[in-house]
Design a binder for this molecule. Sequence first.
Ligand code: HEM
Ligand SMILES: [Cu+2]
Length: 561
Amino acid sequence: MATLAKPAPAAPRRGRTSATAELQTSRLVLAHMWLAFAAFGIAILLGVWQMWARSPVEAPYHTAANYFRSVTLHGVSMAYVLTTFFIMGFGYYVAETSLRRPLPGLSIAWGAYIVGLAGVLMAALSVLSGNASVLYTFYPPMTATPWFYIGITLTVVASWVWCVLMLVAMRQWKAANRGKPVPLVMYATVANAVMWLWTTVGVAAELLFQVIPAAFGFNSTIDVGLTRTLFSWTLHPIVYFWLFPAYIAFYTMAPRAAGGRLYSDTMGRLAFVLLLLYSLPVGMHHLMMDPEQSNGFKFVQMFLTALVTIPTLLTIFTITASFEIAGRMRGGRGLLGWVRTLPWDRPMVLATGLAFVMLFFGGGGGLINMSYGMNAMVHNTSWVTAHFHLIFGGTVVIMYFAIAYAIWPSITGRSFEDLRPLRIQLWMWFIGMMVMTLPWHWTGLWGQWRRVAAFDYSNPMIASWGPWVLVSLAGGVILALSGLLFIYNIALLHRAGVPGAPRTIAYAQAIHPPERVPASLNGFGLWNLLVALLMLVAYGYPIAQFFIDPPPQAMIHRLAE
Ligand code: HEM
Ligand SMILES: [Cu+2]
């Protein structure tokens, strides 16, 4: 292990992006990220109000119409706006800083941003006007005003442009660096772009061929089984799309922040291609209780879902090993002594530790959700909402904070004067998330429904949930305060902070930086072929059946006048 004792090298050689020159993409990255965080800031306040409305304490403006308007805006803001724009901004940043060449198509990227922004405003206004309270999953045969769906479609189109730009950036770099391995951070970003192209096919087909025509009034009926099947195509990999930046930070930022090196670059590549491969043909685990699909196909997809644990376990192993190396390099001894010597005062290290704790609880809940039998027990209860807040709002979003904290200095040219407010914010997010979601799981096990506008607490069974809902509400308040503190922390760096921060970032190096990697782990051709094959097996007949033997259709129920 003597060779490991060398500290990780300082900032890498500078290419065309010099340390003093501004990043070319910094305004583009900021535009994306500030839109993401603005949506986030509004959505956390709505979230707290929703928790309040579900509690025994009377909430202001509490009507069913307002509740569903709020949940739709909260869900769309968190699940579509925060994520998509954060991921796009981060991708542009990664492309420039890791490939060390200008981003191809900077003006195209700006064009896509404007289209996406227009889409967000269109969707948001539709929801605020009360004509789109259909939740972020659309719920046909209900239909909203068509402008809601068109707005969301425009955002998806913007994200497709991003995907293409990521692919082009990688291709250009490969052409200029023949035979060399694409930097892991970029390889992972492109893996996410490729996965996202596959992912959005389902929802795009649902919106373009079924829901938007229905919303315009061209049809009076809709095949709900088909809409749900197409949405399930998207619904699982979309959560991996959101999760990818967290994994990217685990592999390419956290080991360096901990003062060590990445245990294995190959393991990282493998984890990312497996995420691409296994997250697509599994969405039917969201249809376990639906009648339109047979047990056999549900079983196949449940089995494939179990395989998704492999890249997650690989990641936990690799990152823990990387942290152990860092801890031992800092003098940690014994079986677990290295845990104490890690620099927990650094936001990226702290966030990774807290993310892993939330991943542990959230992952356990996920195993229950994916089991056909146990799914019946938790189906459509608060358990489900609690589960995805813990994983998505917890593990994923805490890493979005850590990434923002890591890249903001290189974008603004200023570094944080004091890391304490950052640490407090991360701890509050962790504590708030645990306090909010653990009781929320519990009330779910007692049968509390999700997506319900009000509970009648005069009913003794419902009354017994009351104290736990109040605890959840307290967790929600801590979360909202943490979210606002996050926005304050990064906003402050635009005005204050220590000037002279380097305008670039160094990603974690592997212990054995790869000289060459197999072509299959330096591109996506093979993996695309395998995804196509798996999707054909998993979704071919389940979708074809609606055309071979069309089932009865449902009457469309229009929400908008
Ligand atoms: C202050 C923090 C938060 C609070 C208090 C909160 C609270 C809530 C509540 C009460 C609901 C409605 C549940 C129901 O009607 O069954 C909800 C829905 C939702 N939340 Fe949050 N939330 C918070 C943060 C987040 C975060 C950080 C995310 C993800 C990034 C998120 C994503 C969602 C989504 C996607 C829905 C829609 C669920 C559905 O349609 O069933 N929330 N949230
Ligand atoms: Cu899923």
